[in-house]
Write a protein that binds this ligand. Structure first.
Ligand SMILES: *Cc1c(COP(=O)(O)O)cnc(C)c1O
Length: 372
């Protein structure tokens, strides 16, 4: 294995990406109008089982648009998991509102709903469940809680395109859902985002806000202040080609995950990702938790794998320890996230990894577990 290097993520373009991009260039339709944008949005909505899909510039602007369209503003509170990528919380702040953090579950690593319910106040406007690392949140329970308290729900499905909850795909499981099309996500457009919803009015609002707030009929009339959060036809061309091959992209992650799972499941020192019987996990990042480790030991473990040519990533730092959000809530509120975040790491997960590759990677993991 001398000289071999395994990055944690690699995008794969094995469909019509080149052809569609060349078509954009040949036709000169490279900016944010064009047939690929419409085709990509329609195919995306159909795939998720949603009526509308609104493309935008990335997964963070998708969250921002979804929150604005749901009327979030200053003084509001929105509950998000503490264990997520920072964009989930930042988008709440962009609206002038306050993110409130919930601890996570020890098995799915998704939001803990008992903690969540205890955080609801008269200021709470909505909930953003995150389908972390590709495993869907328990959406019936989230939606029931939201209905009981009159809150909106936005799925942050950035990591979980193609994942299923009780046979239904993410993107169709609540009022609206946001996706990221960043280079390391399930499918990519380089940078890009998408929002899906069944709500026609919500979709129209997001389209307006995405395009500087321009009136859809009256040219250069701006009834509201919007943003330039548009996706380009060039990006949509890549996205459409990626989406045409979604079964391959998801299938590869599932195949890679099942190889990791079969080679690591007897390691008592590890906790592996779960797949609840009501879920289909798309394993955005296959993840392992090093039982009993502290953060420096986990980092040391990652450094040893790096020497073996294996790139890994630590779990997200929980939001409540990051400088912009520290001190809002007590660290004691998050016993599970505190532990898992310091013990977890993501291992190489991408289409095309062979059984021999995974044999090598898991061999090194087992070796370092023994020699700790
Ligand atoms: C990637 C990601 C985002 C942000 O997406 P960008 O396209 O990078 O802006 C938001 N939430 C989660 C959970 C993510 O993983």
């Amino acid at each position: 294995m001398e000289g071999k290097f395994y990055p944690v993520a690699v995008p794969v373009f094995n469909g019509n990406e080149k052809k569609y991009v060349m078509d954009c260039i040949d036709s000169t339709w490279i900016s944010s109008t064009g047939k690929y944008i419409t085709a990509f949005e329609e195919a995306f909505a159909a795939f998720c089982g949603a009526r509308y899909a609104v493309s935008c510039s990335n997964g963070t602007t998708a969250l921002h648009l979804a929150l604005l369209a749901n009327g979030v503003g200053s003084g509001d509170e929105v509950i998000v998991p503490t264990l997520t990528f920072i964009a989930t919380a930042n988008a709440v702040v962009y609206c002038g509102a306050k993110p409130v953090f919930a601890d996570c579950e020890p098995d799915t690593w998704n939001m803990n709903l008992e903690h969540l319910e205890s955080l609801i106040t008269p200021k709470t406007k909505g909930i953003i469940p995150v389908h972390l690392y590709g495993h869907p949140a328990d959406m019936d329970a989230v939606n029931a809680l939201a209905a009981k308290h009159g809150l909106f729900v936005i799925e942050d499905a950035a990591e979980a395109l193609g994942a299923e909850y009780k046979g239904r795909r993410t993107g169709s499981l609540s009022g609206c859902a946001t996706f990221s099309l960043f280079g390391n996500k399930i499918i990519t457009t380089g940078e890009g985002g998408m929002i899906t919803t069944d709500d026609e009015q919500l979709a129209a609002k997001m389209r307006t806000l995405r395009g500087q707030g321009i009136d859809p009929v009256r040219k250069y009339w701006f009834p509201v202040i919007g943003y330039n959060y548009r996706l380009t036809n060039l990006q949509a061309a890549v996205g459409l080609a990626q989406l045409e091959n979604i079964d391959w992209h998801v299938g590869e992650r599932v195949r890679v995950a099942s190889l990791y799972e079969s080679m690591l499941r007897d390691e008592s020192g590890l906790t592996l990702p779960v797949q609840k019987d009501w879920a289909k996990n798309v394993y955005w990042m296959f993840s392992i938790v090093l039982n009993g480790y502290d953060e420096p030991q986990r980092n040391q473990f990652m450094a040893m794998l790096k020497q073996d040519g294996i790139e890994t990533r630590p779990f997200f730092y929980p939001m409540h320890v990051l400088p912009p959000y520290e001190g809002l809530q007590s660290h004691e509120e998050f016993p599970v996230a505190n532990r898992i975040a310091s013990q977890g790491l993501n291992v190489p997960t991408y289409g095309g990894l062979s059984e021999a590759d995974i044999q090598y990677i898991t061999g090194r993991i087992k070796h370092h577990l023994r020699n700790e």
